[in-house]
Design a protein around this ligand. Structure first.
Ligand code: HEC
Length: 111
């Protein structure tokens, strides 16, 4: 039976959270909450075939910082731009570390 890794569960929670952010932003709302503990990206156990490669390490903190900019209510940068930049950081890491979910993640971008 398929047993998702701790990292896969975290990734799916990140997906659901960003889907909800997208809906809020499209509806003209200003998100203010980041309920996920993204520091867990540093410790969550991954599927055996994956690991914390140099590419992973180069993306993870940039990604966490970009998720935090979305709920920065005093930022001068357009909200949609901050959100899409963060999704592009998901994609940046996925391009080398886990290509399967890329089409699904692209759907999170706000056109
Ligand atoms: C720093 C690199 C990195 C970043 C950033 C990243 N991912 Fe991932 N993602 C991975 C890796 C590696 C896996 C495979 C996890 C494993 O091996 O257990 C994964 C797995 C997934 C999966 C599949 C989970 C499953 O059920 O198998 C989804 C969906 C996903 N990521 C979505 C996202 C989304 C959405 C974002 C941005 C909000 C994101 N990822 C950001 C590296 C990353």
């Amino acid at each position: 039976m398929y047993q998702p890794s701790e990292m896969a569960n975290l990734m799916n929670a990140m997906y659901a959270y960003n889907q909800q952010l997208k809906a809020q932003i499209v509806a003209g709302k200003t998100p203010t909450q980041l309920p996920l503990d993204l520091a867990k990206l540093h410790t969550a156990e991954m599927t055996d075939k994956n690991g914390r490669t140099p590419a992973w390490n180069s993306f993870v903190n940039v990604f966490i910082a970009s998720q935090q900019t979305i709920i920065d209510t005093i930022s001068n940068v357009d909200l949609k731009e901050r959100y899409n930049a963060s999704i592009n950081n998901c994609l940046g890491c996925h391009k080398t570390e886990c290509t399967g979910p890329i089409p699904k993640i692209k759907k999170l971008l706000i056109q």
